[in-house]
Write a protein that binds this ligand. Structure first.
Ligand code: 4FV
Length: 251
């Protein structure tokens, strides 16, 4: 996958993209990430990229020209025009299904806003998709861009090694993940659940499914309503209901 990131602060990306899985993916060529400084495409003598808003009001707005010229440049240099994503609080909130969808693209152009945002003509002409990482306001689109790249990269073939799997994980089937345990077997008097030490794969699988359902019910019940539950899931949840009923009847 090719990812061109248009930003006024390319140095912000040095940490997250120069270590761990993303670094390995760039070195192995599974992921090509270019950091494009929008200021390099400013044609005025002071290389300014923002200006005061027409109609007045506080803050500054990123002007259209440097952004248009930057996009046209990265498209000239790429084999495909790419899907241009603008990170903003007004966008679709990023979810795992949307991440999976974007991971199918061969070329993403991610535009990072700053100040009050971008000139609307950029949105009208260039932006294919607007994405938000959550309902809060950040100082810029750089951190959201890093979040998006990290999430999408995990679905690019070859990026995750066998030790990291994208298969069984939170939201892979719309549920929260089951609890994980590793050595030591007993830690400060805290024991690992017996079933996980049993070697009985079917019981382990059922216990983990039950844990995912219970955790999702407790922490994110709205996800349970949206999840595609199997007949087995419903059987497990009915069992939980019976257990709760017994407790209530017991009182
Ligand atoms: C944001 C978000 C976000 C808004 C003004 C950048 C800032 C500044 N982007 N998800 N939440 N962007 O707060 O994506 O231009």
């Amino acid at each position: 996958m090719l990812i061109n990131i248009l930003t006024l602060f390319p140095a912000m990306f040095s940490g997250p993209f120069d270590d761990s899985i993303i670094k390995r993916a760039r070195l192995s060529g599974h992921l090509t990430i270019n950091l494009v400084n929008i200021r390099d495409f400013s044609t005025n003598k002071h290389h300014t990229v923002d200006d005061t808003p027409y109609g007045g009001g506080a803050g500054m707005v990123m002007g259209p020209e440097p952004i248009f010229r930057a996009v046209e440049q990265v498209r000239r240099q790429a084999s495909s025009p790419g899907r241009l994503i603008y990170m903003s609080p007004a966008g679709r909130v990023l979810t795992q299904p949307l991440v999976r969808q974007l991971a199918q693209e061969e070329h993403l152009i991610i535009l990072c806003g700053h100040y009050e945002g971008i000139d609307e003509r950029v949105r009208e002409v260039l932006v294919d998709e607007e994405i938000s990482i959550g309902d809060y306001v950040l100082t810029g689109g750089e951190l959201p861009a890093m979040v998006l790249v990290d999430a999408v990269a995990r679905f690019v073939p070859g990026v995750l090694g066998k030790q990291d799997s994208a298969q069984e994980e939170s939201f892979s089937d719309g549920l929260l993940e089951y609890p994980h345990y590793t050595r030591p077997r007993s830690f400060r008097g805290l024991e690992v659940p017996e079933v996980l030490l049993s070697g009985h794969h079917e019981n382990i699988r059922l216990w983990r499914r039950r844990q995912s359902l219970l955790r999702t019910l407790a922490a994110r019940p709205e996800l349970l309503k949206e999840a595609s539950l199997t007949a087995e899931d419903k059987k497990i949840l009915r069992r939980v209901l019976e257990e709760i009923q017994q407790v209530l009847d017991g009182t």
